[in-house]
Design a protein around this ligand. Structure first.
Ligand code: AMP
Length: 184
């Protein structure tokens, strides 16, 4: 059973690679960014609360996502594994997930860190055309990543659960490395 957490800066290709790997392994791809964007598009209560944060490149408050992730990981399609993309985004979310998985008796997660140089990230994000991919928001998201999300990498390396992968390569090569890493 594969339980995989995708880490890495915005623009590293987490979404693309997480989707490809989830298809190959036949497990759900759970992206908090996608969930929030869908909620915003559908104008749900969650979407209304999240919109200003997402537009500015800030993290939405933890309490908007914790119950949601807990429920999602307990749905039947997640019983044989899952890929988390965009969660955890700070150390408090990582601690929450750690406790949740302990309570669900799920051990053996693998956190993969997609490494891509900053200048490549900015070029990739500007090419995506997402609403929150303008210069100012990109700068803020990279800053938030360094301050709040990069410490999550240490959280998993301290628990011997981290694998780093060079994400600055053609898409198929990165997927191939990911396949090998999660199979090992
Ligand atoms: P992403 O698609 O992962 O780049 O996420 C897009 C935006 O959604 C981020 O810039 C945040 O505003 C918000 N977001 C996604 N995941 C989280 C999370 N785990 N915690 C807080 N905010 C999040």
């Amino acid at each position: 059973m594969s339980k995989i957490i995708f880490l890495g800066p915005p623009g590293a290709g987490k979404g693309t690679q997480a989707k490809r790997l989830a298809d190959l392994l036949n497990i759900p791809h759970i992206s908090t960014g996608d969930i929030l964007r869908n909620a915003i598009a559908a104008n749900t209560a969650l979407g209304q609360k999240a919109q200003s944060y997402v537009d500015k490149g800030e993290l939405v408050p933890d309490e908007l996502l914790l119950d949601l992730i807990s429920d999602r990981l307990q749905q039947t399609d997640a019983a044989n594994g899952w890929i988390l993309d965009g969660f955890p985004r700070n150390v408090s979310q990582a601690s929450f997930l750690h406790e949740l998985l302990k309570n669900l008796n799920q051990s053996g997660i693998c956190a993969v860190n997609l490494e891509v140089p900053d200048e490549v990230l900015v070029t990739r994000m500007l090419g995506r055309g997402r609403k929150d991919d303008n210069q100012e928001t990109i700068r803020r998201r990279l800053e938030v990543y360094r301050n709040e999300t990069a410490p999550v990498i240490s959280f998993y390396s301290e628990r011997d659960a981290l694998k780093s992968i060079d994400g600055d390569r053609p898409m198929e090569e990165v997927t191939e490395s990911l396949k090998q890493v999660v199979a090992s």
